[in-house]
Design a protein around this ligand. Structure first.
Ligand SMILES: [Zn+2]
Length: 87
């Protein structure tokens, strides 16, 4: 992924539960390396939800804020994170 070097700079003890496997790094990487028309995600809006394999799980679809690792990406790209779980 394009921006993994940013995540590499996060000390292990400060990495979020979803370090590197959340949707945000995937989406940013796709935007930055789009073959035809790369997109600069700086200043974009972002949102996140918990996804469970069983959709009747009570936390499935629960809006959450960025994990500690994604907070670094959020700050780096000046993202407006729309969901927040208070953490
Ligand atoms: Zn994350």
């Amino acid at each position: 992924m394009v921006e993994l070097h940013i995540l590499d700079g996060i000390p292990e003890a400060e990495r979020g539960n979803g370090y590197g496997s959340c949707g945000l790094p995937q989406v940013l990487s796709s935007a930055l390396k789009a073959d035809i028309d790369p997109i600069d995600p700086t200043g974009s809006q972002a949102a996140a939800m918990i996804v469970r394999s069983k959709t009747d799980h009570p936390k499935h679809g629960f809006p959450i804020g960025p994990c500690d690792s994604c907070k670094v990406l959020t700050k780096h790209y000046g993202l407006d994170f729309l969901t927040d779980d208070g953490k």
